[in-house]
Design a protein around this ligand. Structure first.
Ligand code: TYC
Length: 113
């Protein structure tokens, strides 16, 4: 018997004449969704407070923070970072708590990317 036929016969483990065809079993490894954290403009929160929030909770330099604060002031809102669900939720809670403790109406929200 030719070698390739012998090889196929060997693959016929239950002797029914069929040889197995391995189906594609590659797992779909989906990356976890990411969330945009945004701050919203309002008429009352002092500009310096927003700058401080961006420095303190989002690790931005003073210059970056000032620029982004002005973007929010002019455009109404801006994305300040993109994080996993848990980190985004924590950032939002920390900012909302900090603003409330200082009696400023600053709003911070998250949205799936
Ligand atoms: N609009 C505010 C003011 O004029 C400043 C401000 C900027 C407030 C950004 C909130 O997310 C904000 N004092």
């Amino acid at each position: 018997m030719p070698a390739d036929v012998l090889k196929m016969a060997k693959n016929d483990d239950d002797g029914d004449g069929d040889i197995g065809v391995k189906l594609e079993t590659r797992q779909k490894t989906k990356r976890p969704p990411m969330y945009k954290v945004m701050i919203l403009n309002d008429d009352y929160t002092p500009m310096e407070f927003v700058v401080h929030v961006l420095e303190r909770f989002f690790g931005m330099s003073h210059a970056q923070s000032f620029e982004l604060m002005l973007t929010v002031h002019k455009k109404g809102l801006a994305v300040v970072g993109v994080y996993s669900h848990e980190i985004a939720e924590t950032k939002v809670a920390l900012v909302m708590d900090f603003a409330a403790r200082h009696e400023h109406p600053l709003q911070c929200t998250m949205e799936k990317e």
